[in-house]
Design a binder for this molecule. Structure first.
Ligand code: GLP
Length: 240
């Protein structure tokens, strides 16, 4: 694992954007793995700036999102489908047919998970962006998830639902289930960049890097991946 500790959220976003921009310049038909949550918002703004300045084009880029809530439909403002269109896709030249986000259609969940997994397995993610949950989840792989899992339906942890309550009006509105890439899918990526900022991530970042590799802290599996870059700000990296 390569650890990069920078001053603040802005610097973390800047450095992560530089990796992605370089990757797309080097390989215009790059396949990205994309994350949601608060952490990558500024990164996406920086990618949009690079596109607007004609530094890069996304016309041949493909992307796979990590996860999607179940129980709210795609048009709900907090669906990850809406998040991705709002923060990135509506502002760049990605082709609709190159955008993969797990389909949360309630009638066909298992089938959709299988389809998403097949698409993922036919492709190869060059660069996967990750955030990290305060309980160590990546994507929505909650503590206890076997490392061998591929795309599946997950019941969200109480901690995760509480953490994500800030995006909803109340805890009861936060979805209880999600569809997520599994750890095995994430570990197939050629390169992984995990970003974290803020003091509330300090403990989990320490454990992910220095703790034992355990399914109780899903992100610890990244210690076994040959090409992981962890970019943290001073607060998230304060225990390192
Ligand atoms: C969410 C997402 C993750 C994200 C994590 C941290 O629930 N499923 O992909 O990395 O939690 O979110 P944040 O960046 O808002 O702290």
């Amino acid at each position: 694992m390569k650890i990069i500790k920078l001053k603040d959220y802005e610097a973390v976003s800047q450095r992560a954007s530089e990796f992605i921009i370089e990757q797309i310049k080097h390989k215009p038909n790059t396949t990205l793995g994309l994350a949601t949550g608060s952490t990558p918002v500024r990164l996406y703004e920086k990618l949009i700036e690079a596109y607007e300045h004609k530094e890069i084009s996304f016309k041949d880029v493909k992307s796979y999102n990590l996860d999607e809530y179940i129980g709210i439909n795609r048009n709900h403002p907090q669906s990850y489908y809406q998040y991705m269109h709002k923060h990135l896709f509506s502002k760049i030249d990605m082709k609709d047919e190159h955008i993969y986000i797990p389909n949360n259609d309630i009638d066909q969940l298992e089938e959709n998970a299988k389809k998403y997994n097949n698409a993922l397995n036919k492709s190869f993610i060059d660069l996967q962006i990750l955030g990290i949950g305060s309980n160590g989840h990546i994507g929505f792989n909650e503590p206890g998830t076997p490392f061998g899992k591929e795309t599946f339906i997950v019941e969200l942890d109480e901690q995760t639902r509480k953490d994500n309550m800030r995006f909803f009006n109340s805890l009861s509105e936060v979805p209880k289930y999600a569809i997520t890439m599994g750890i095995k899918n994430i570990m197939r990526s050629k390169c992984i960049i995990l970003m974290a900022s803020g003091i509330e991530k300090a403990d989990v970042i320490y454990e992910m890097i220095h703790g034992s590799v355990t399914e109780d802290l899903p992100a610890s599996v990244l210690q076994l991946h040959p090409n992981v870059i962890v970019i943290v700000d001073e607060q998230a990296g304060s225990k390192l």
